[in-house]
Design a protein around this ligand. Sequence first.
Ligand SMILES: *[C@@H]1O[C@H](CO)[C@@H](O)[C@H](O)[C@H]1NC(C)=O
Ligand SMILES: *[C@@H]1O[C@H](CO)[C@@H](O)[C@H](O)[C@H]1NC(C)=O
Ligand SMILES: *[C@@H]1O[C@H](CO)[C@@H](O)[C@H](O)[C@H]1NC(C)=O
Ligand SMILES: *[C@@H]1O[C@H](CO)[C@@H](O)[C@H](O)[C@H]1NC(C)=O
Ligand SMILES: *[C@@H]1O[C@H](CO)[C@@H](O)[C@H](O)[C@H]1NC(C)=O
Ligand SMILES: *[C@@H]1O[C@H](CO)[C@@H](O)[C@H](O)[C@H]1NC(C)=O
Ligand SMILES: *[C@@H]1O[C@H](CO)[C@@H](O)[C@H](O)[C@H]1NC(C)=O
Ligand SMILES: *[C@@H]1O[C@H](CO)[C@@H](O)[C@H](O)[C@H]1NC(C)=O
Ligand SMILES: *[C@@H]1O[C@H](CO)[C@@H](O)[C@H](O)[C@H]1NC(C)=O
Ligand SMILES: *[C@@H]1O[C@H](CO)[C@@H](O)[C@H](O)[C@H]1NC(C)=O
Length: 797
Amino acid sequence: MKNPWFVFPLLFLFFSLNSKLSFGADTISANQFLSGDQTIVSSGGDFELGFFKPGNSSNYYIGMWYGLGLVSEQTPVWVANRETPIRDRFSAELRISDGNLVLFNESQVPIWSTNISSSTGSSSVIAVLEDTGNLVLKDGPNSSTLLWQSLEHPSHTWLPGGKLSLDKRTNRSQLLTSWKNSEDPSPGLYSLELDPNGSNAYLIRWNRSEQYWSSGPWDETARIFAWVPEMRLNYIYNFSFVSNENESYFTYSLYNPAIVSRFIMDVSGQIKQLSWLESSKQWNLFWSQPRQQCEVYAFCGAFGSCSEKGLPFCTCLQGFQPKSQGDWNLTDYSGGCQRKTKLRCEDPTLPNAKEDKFLELPNMVLPVDPQSMSVGSNSECESTCLNSCSCTAYAYDSDGCKIWIGELLNLQQDTSNGETIFIRLAASESSSSSNNKGIIIGATAGLVGLILVVAMLGILIWRRRTIKTPKPTGSSLLAFRYRDLQNATEDFSQTLGEGGFGSVFKGKLPDSSVIAVKQLESSSLGEKPFRMEVNTIGTVQHVNLMRLGGFCCEGTKKFLVYDYMPKGSLDAHLFHEKNSVLDWKTRYQIALGIARGLTYLHEKCEECIINCDMKPENILLDSDLCPKVTDFGLPNLIGREFNKILTTSMKGTRCYLAPEWISGSSITAYADVYSYGMMLFEFVSGRRNSEESDDGKVRFFPTWAAGLVSQDGDVLSLLDPKLKGDAPVEEVSRICKVACWCIQDDETHRPSMRQVVQILERVLDVNLPPIPNSLKCLSNSQSTYSFFVESSSSHSS
Ligand SMILES: *[C@@H]1O[C@H](CO)[C@@H](O)[C@H](O)[C@H]1NC(C)=O
Ligand SMILES: *[C@@H]1O[C@H](CO)[C@@H](O)[C@H](O)[C@H]1NC(C)=O
Ligand SMILES: *[C@@H]1O[C@H](CO)[C@@H](O)[C@H](O)[C@H]1NC(C)=O
Ligand SMILES: *[C@@H]1O[C@H](CO)[C@@H](O)[C@H](O)[C@H]1NC(C)=O
Ligand SMILES: *[C@@H]1O[C@H](CO)[C@@H](O)[C@H](O)[C@H]1NC(C)=O
Ligand SMILES: *[C@@H]1O[C@H](CO)[C@@H](O)[C@H](O)[C@H]1NC(C)=O
Ligand SMILES: *[C@@H]1O[C@H](CO)[C@@H](O)[C@H](O)[C@H]1NC(C)=O
Ligand SMILES: *[C@@H]1O[C@H](CO)[C@@H](O)[C@H](O)[C@H]1NC(C)=O
Ligand SMILES: *[C@@H]1O[C@H](CO)[C@@H](O)[C@H](O)[C@H]1NC(C)=O
Ligand SMILES: *[C@@H]1O[C@H](CO)[C@@H](O)[C@H](O)[C@H]1NC(C)=O
């Protein structure tokens, strides 16, 4: 044996009453203790328990994680001493003491205990780690009564088989609480629990007070929570809700026990369901709520501003800085921001300080808890705020004057229909941006203008020399230099869109052709394999596929260059009011075009398949509204990170993602068929499948549509109201049937894209496909409408 450490404990076994554990045991019994690097492992090897250290922290905790044979990245699922870490794990001990499992720190002081008051003979009590991820305390190995179990004392993870219950006798609910940050498992501000008032809804609350998300009440007929309609589309989890006179709880298990899945209350304030993908060695996000990060109450703390588009999500308002940069570095923004310079009214000792100023911020979601003032003008509103030292902001609009006292929480920026707020700042903080601007601009305009003209001329001449001749590669692809793209896009100034894989910028080549430049932020591919992949993709030519025109690859700077599509992407036309409505005929042709493009990809181009990140955002329309699928081949270009980005960039909805993405089985072209089917439903309804409809009813559109179609119901009632019923019933019905066929859980039941094309071209007639398992609850319902969950209020409050 190499390691003498190993020998001593074994010798100890014979001489000492309190012995260290033998390697690989699943039990801590009366005379043993766990210390240092020692662990216990459940009998099947699924879970392991011992001391661990989160991230770069120097603190140690007793925790439970997946057996490294099951999940190769240490992932804690339960922590004992969340608030009482220890530094030296070799002199701390976890052992049975007076019938409890107790953790003793370096000075042998108990700092954590299972805390049961046991009157039984404590000598036979043992702690056993089970393969379900449950650490149980029982009186002897054969005892069937559990004195204590870790599943009933969850920390931030809710494992399959666990329950999060409400004790009706005491009205106490069990909590799932977030970690404080990624390196500190002590309870953070966010928690999930069953409503103590007995509404049978799970609530997420901030600091155990402000509720910002609710699952809606459990609906036993539909077997879903009212505001989580996507629970229907599930074949992975077996859910049940139990309510008796003593308690109510929800629990879940996995139909396929080989899938490793966990539910967490994340430090982001969102609940998340994740599953382990061994092929890519990472946790994949399956589902999360609230969908938008900025919906999490006070996520950016006081005077922080949240933006869905920004990374990081939180920034401090101008004139403020993070209270604790260290916490912000660990993505814990809850501490918020503080003023860089005190307000004059707070610090009257300052000589000659100027009157405080207001910084104007347009397009903001206003903070919580405003106070209404009855004053008649913007300037009166301003002076009302100025007159009270504790007033930190005001807003004035048609509703009148609102002011805010004290900290500003839940400010959110970048919303197109936001409002304008005025933030109070010390004069010195606001002057730099607004006061002197006019003078400076006036004084320098001429000079700047001159410089600009000269510079433009220079750039033009230079561009002519440089950009015009990108190197043609083997195929017809152009290889751009980074500098060329920088110039063409005016230093990446005009963004066309942002996806999980990177941003897209508009640019113009010297020959006036307009291009779209897609930056691949997370490609881990080396230069040579990248070029090879790009060349393969460059050979793909079809009228319904976006042609790759060129690329750039300089170190980590990787870009794809396409023709610019003036009509933009399909989602803008389907879901956003401001664009003209796509009539039914156009939608049908678009559906057919996409199907043709995918057929080509799947059949003609075996080598380069190519699953797409298929969603309306990735369908571009040319000037004739001819659809072009883009982003195909990305998995090969991105490499290892692809899965992770794809699943996390869904922002909580996995609506377009086929179930095999989650279960970790291999992905084939049929995953595209699934996503395509999901999109077809959206062509019909004109809104996202996961969205609440205008009448306030929460329903999962595919389920509704499947029900109507299978019962020969009024399919036109499914139609996008913007179309005013103007569509042939036969075609709407045909599209819905195809869509149902495409979204079946089992990929072997889905049609090929070629079959889809034939059906849409009416070459093949389609009989009603078998109703997908996930939609089955419909077939035994008397009325489709019983599956709609009425809700008059919004999802969260
Ligand atoms: C630990 O710190 C190093 C360097 O400071 C950093 O690169 C690494 O990402 C950190 N690890 C974690 C898990 O935060
Ligand atoms: C052990 O815990 C006790 C009580 O919390 C504390 O006073 C003592 O300093 C701790 N010992 C060490 C070495 O941290
Ligand atoms: C155990 O009980 C004591 C006293 O009732 C309490 O202070 C302590 O926090 C409890 N520990 C745990 C882990 O619940
Ligand atoms: C527990 O049960 C097993 C078999 O059922 C038996 O062999 C063993 O002696 C029992 N142990 C105790 C402590 O009763
Ligand atoms: C429970 O009900 C009380 C009284 O109706 C109310 O004040 C409280 O906010 C409710 N709590 C929750 C979590 O809904
Ligand atoms: C628990 O809450 C319910 C509903 O709010 C109430 O009727 C009941 O009296 C409460 N019970 C206790 C023990 O507080
Ligand atoms: C959370 O609530 C407690 C009182 O229940 C309060 O003392 C504390 O300041 C609150 N925390 C934050 C971050 O506001
Ligand atoms: C689903 O869960 C329930 C209770 O948790 C269990 O009785 C049932 O056997 C499970 N069904 C399947 C198919 O695993
Ligand atoms: C509720 O608790 C009582 C007393 O602990 C017990 O007798 C009864 O069986 C429990 N009911 C259920 C449904 O578990
Ligand atoms: C936070 O991160 C920045 C940049 O990564 C670093 O310069 C700074 O020292 C960090 N601050 C703290 C307090 O950790």
